[in-house]
Design a protein around this ligand. Structure first.
Ligand code: PRP
Length: 219
């Protein structure tokens, strides 16, 4: 294993909200992923690079050593299982929630009370399965990879389990949030072998992330 530190990030909100934390650690990414097709981005520190991967692939890259560390949502981490990953820090960025939503004309409360079997479409099958099992609600889970909001509108499902941030997507599709399952934020995950073998290089980075995170408001 060489001495370069590789950080896995996904484009969009996680990338954007990780930049200030990196800056606090003295690291600046030298290319804008929205303007470049490059997947490996250099930084101002010769021994540190950023790799861009799909959000759901971040834990996999870090688990198998394709990256030494990464930033990933709690939702993604739960679905991955988190095996083989050291999780030192809640970065408290990219906050949102996982919720249950239905069509405005679907009587969710009555369906639950009467013990009806619900068809639930989601990308988050582990979170949904655990939530409804704890509630004692029988569900048929339908695995989707995106555009969950479409499922109740087309009759594919009675409900969805999806991320909600502003609520605008639900509103635009005439869906209503009927239960909040959990709050989500992004976590730092570290490869366990890297933590031992690259300790001298990683420790100051982890400390800087921890210090920068402590500055974030605790809302
Ligand atoms: C997420 C989620 C919702 C939307 C919620 O999708 O799946 O569709 O954001 O945000 P809002 O409450 O602010 O409208 P995202 O854009 O991350 O893409 P995805 O469909 O690939 O998950």
């Amino acid at each position: 294993m060489n001495d370069t530190i590789t950080l896995a990030l996904s484009k969009g909100r996680i990338f954007d909200e990780t930049l200030p934390l990196l800056k606090a650690a003295g690291i600046e990414v030298l290319e804008d992923p929205e303007k470049s097709r490059k997947l490996i981005l250099p930084t101002n520190q010769p021994g540190v690079r950023v790799v861009l991967v799909r959000a759901t692939d971040v834990p996999t890259y870090v688990e198998h050593g394709g990256a030494d560390l990464g930033v990933t949502g709690k939702d993604t981490l739960i679905e991955h299982g988190g095996q083989g990953l050291y999780q030192p820090l809640d970065l408290r960025i990219a906050r949102c929630r996982v919720s249950v939503a239905v069509r405005a004309d679907f009587d969710y409360a009555t369906a639950v009370r009467q013990g009806s079997r619900l068809r639930v479409a989601t990308k988050y099958t582990t979170i949904a399965r655990d939530f409804f099992a704890t509630k004692g609600v029988h569900v048929d889970l339908i695995k989707l990879y995106g555009s969950m909001e479409l499922a109740p509108l087309t009759g594919l499902a009675d409900a969805i389990v999806d991320l909600v941030s502003t609520g605008n997507t639900l509103k635009a599709n005439q869906l209503v949030e009927v239960e909040r399952i959990m709050d989500i934020s992004s976590r730092l995950v570290v490869n366990q072998a890297s933590l031992k073998l690259k300790q001298a290089r990683l420790r100051p980075l982890l400390d800087a992330f921890a210090a920068a995170t402590a500055q974030e408001p605790r809302t």
